[in-house]
Write a protein that binds this ligand. Structure first.
Ligand code: PRX
Length: 635
């Protein structure tokens, strides 16, 4: 029996039980058989969730890019590693073979070194979905620099916060990006961000849209001439298993974004293993994940997981609606995609359009469909299953997080019978627990509670960069000796998990995690605003949308509420990015508060969701009268 590739349900249960009985032997076997080590580990696992401290494969030496590229050169040198599909369908797709990828990564790595980047330095990557993005990520890993990719939809202010938090020395960007019919001035955003980032000494600029941009003397350099000059081979830096690989920021319910730190060996083993099984990947498949590499899904399941398996991974620069709503399906037909992995929000948006966009394309190459990032509602699940999968491709509803590094709960296609809206069963090595409010584990089936994980898995984040205390408080303090996910879940009669949503103040909008506090901070910076509270409410396409309750200062100015709403949204766009804009804004005389001054978001959530039949006990509020006033004018 191979641990590495599960092919039927009985095998899943056998492998799962083995992974529980003896996790160390289980992961050691996977690691031993399927990866290239410069030196084997001395110890498979040491862990202590109270500190928390987690170490996998300690003592091992490796470079992840040798595993993702070099070792495939002999048998797969001419196989396409990255298949780049540009924004404009009339521009040719690019097939980058493993051999070409090797050369590109080595050259880029040599440029990084020449510009003073050394092992352990942080490099911020702010690029659109073009090949240079994947190449620069791998080039950092080649020399042991820690990449911090910032999604290129974030604003200058959000970018500078992330650059300063990890003290990046270099930023890699482009002259601009294409997004459907629009272009975006990425370099302008970087310039603005860097006004307050004194630590950045170099900006490498890739050419994409050929726009006329300003280059700052002594700081900004065009990438291509440097690559042209660079040597085509670069000896990989030999890393310790627990050396940092990357930082990726995710929103918290309060304060600064959290720079989740992932390390090398465990992350590699787990992303490769989960990729192989969840997508039932086989040689010659053409795998496409529509996420952006700016998110964890792109890190683990566009770059590292697929490449570690020697797969062909598609990178798509554009958007699902350009030039029309059939674009995804055009690409599936054109490249004969076998696995297609996307977000529920995209499915809901496409399901609203004419069915001809889907049915006019040949989607017969598809074997596995995936979703990630938020709960998928039943209607969207069926649409995906009926029209995209034509009822023959199983849907894997994959639950996981930036913090978990890889997929945690998901069906194994062709093995686990699927059930709409259920992520189903934990992958081997994953030990979920549902907890009650008193901190006790709820055993048995047909129960619900807060979702925790009881035992470490190889790709769990090791810390929040520069703030281990926050790491401990956020994930390891709510429940003793357990990792707390922040999600609620239920377990049905056969043990299948269904994720019910966040139980904290994180709201997932179109699959993006948004913390309430940073958005409220952005709103409160507006000179006319005294206080604000935002909550999520159900939205057809986005899953959740944002509803802002805003108290104005009594200055008498700003009589025009429409303008004010626009300004508030502009403020949010400037501080965070357009993804955090409010769908509805209600100006209110006060906010319902407890006697200790805490905003009762529960009540606001109900009002925003038009579910006011049972508001619960409001008599203990400091200002119960305000509730009726807000309800009367709710949008
Ligand atoms: O609430 C869960 C939701 O997305 C959160 C993690 O967001 P992020 O770190 O941005 O990573 C997203 C991509 C892995 C989770 O805490 N979530 C993710 N996948 C699912 C989900 N909710 C329901 N079903 C899912 N399949």
């Amino acid at each position: 029996m191979s641990n590495y590739h599960i092919k039927h349900l009985e095998e899943y249960y056998q492998v799962y039980r083995k992974s529980l009985r003896d996790p160390e032997t289980f992961w050691a076997e996977v690691a031993e058989e399927h990866f290239m080590w410069r030196k084997k580990w001395d110890n498979v696992l040491s862990w202590d969730f109270t500190k928390p401290e987690i170490k996998w494969f300690e003592g091992a030496k490796l470079n992840i890019t040798e595993n993702c590229i070099d070792r495939h050169l002999r048998n797969r040198g001419h196989k396409t590693a990255i298949l780049f599909e540009p924004n404009d369908p009339n521009e040719d797709a690019q097939h980058i073979t493993y051999k070409q990828l090797h050369e590109k990564v080595c050259k880029f790595a040599n440029v990084l070194k020449e510009k003073g980047i050394q092992k352990g330095d942080r490099v911020c990557i702010y690029l659109p979905m073009i090949p240079e993005l994947a190449v620069s990520v791998l080039a950092c890993a080649r020399i042991g620099a820690i990449h911090s990719v910032v999604f290129a939809g974030f604003s200058a202010s959000a970018l500078s916060t992330r650059i300063n938090d990890c003290e990046a020395k270099m930023v890699i960007t482009s002259d601009g990006s294409y997004r459907g019919a629009k272009t975006i001035d990425l370099k302008g955003i970087v310039d603005e961000a860097l006004e307050i980032c004194p630590g950045v000494h170099t900006v490498l600029v890739a050419k994409r849209i050929n726009s006329d941009i300003a280059m700052k003397d002594g700081r900004d350099l065009w990438l291509q001439p440097l690559l042209d000059e660079a040597y085509k081979d670069c000896v990989p830096e030999i890393m310790d298993a627990e050396d940092p690989l990357f930082i990726l920021y995710t929103s918290g319910s309060t304060g600064m974004p959290k720079g989740m730190l992932h390390t090398t060996a465990g992350y590699m083993v787990y992303t490769a293993y989960s990729f192989k099984n969840v997508f039932q990947y086989r040689e010659n498949d053409i795998y496409w994940c529509t996420a952006d590499i700016g998110w964890i899904t792109g890190h683990s399941y566009i770059v590292y997981g697929p490449l570690a398996n020697g797969a062909t991974t598609v990178m798509f620069e554009g958007v699902p609606s350009y030039p029309d709503f059939g674009r995804f399906w055009d690409i599936v037909e054109k490249h004969k995609i076998t696995q297609f992995y996307t977000a529920p929000t995209a499915i809901r948006a496409l399901a609203k359009e004419n069915l001809d966009y889907v049915t006019n394309r040949d989607l017969s190459s598809l074997k596995v469909l995936g979703t990630v990032g938020e709960p998928i509602n039943e209607e969207a699940w069926h649409w995906y299953n009926d029209h995209v999968g034509e009822k023959k491709s199983p849907i894997v509803d994959t639950w996981w997080q930036t913090e978990t590094g890889g997929i945690m709960i998901s069906p194994i296609p062709y093995s686990t019978p699927t059930k709409p809206t259920y992520a189903t069963l934990p992958l081997p090595g994953i030990q979920p627990a549902l907890m009650d409010e008193n901190g006790l584990e709820i055993k048995g089936n047909q129960v619900d509670g807060r979702l925790c994980i009881k035992f470490p898995w190889p790709s769990i984040a090791r810390t929040i960069y520069g703030n281990h205390k926050r790491f401990k408080e956020t994930y390891f303090s709510a429940f003793e000796n357990k990792y707390f996910t922040g999600d609620g879940a239920l377990r049905d009669e056969v043990g299948y998990y269904r994720i019910t949503g966040r139980v904290d103040d994180v709201i997932i909008v179109s699959g993006h995690n948004l913390g309430t506090a940073p958005i409220e901070d952005a709103i409160n910076e507006h000179p006319a605003v005294a206080e604000s509270a935002i909550v999520g409410f159900p939205h057809d396409i986005k899953g959740n949308a944002l509803y802002g309750f805003i108290i104005l200062k009594e200055t008498g100015e700003y009589r025009d509420r429409d303008n004010l709403s626009k300004e508030v949204n502009q403020q949010i766009t400037d501080r965070i990015g357009p993804i955090a804009k409010l769908n509805k804004i209600q100006f209110v005389p006060g906010l319902p508060k407890t006697r200790s001054g805490k905003i009762m978001r529960r009540i606001l959530r109900k009002i925003a969701s038009k579910d006011t039949s049972n508001l619960g006990d409001t008599s203990t509020l400091l200002n119960p009268e305000v509730v009726q006033e807000i309800m009367d004018k709710a949008l």
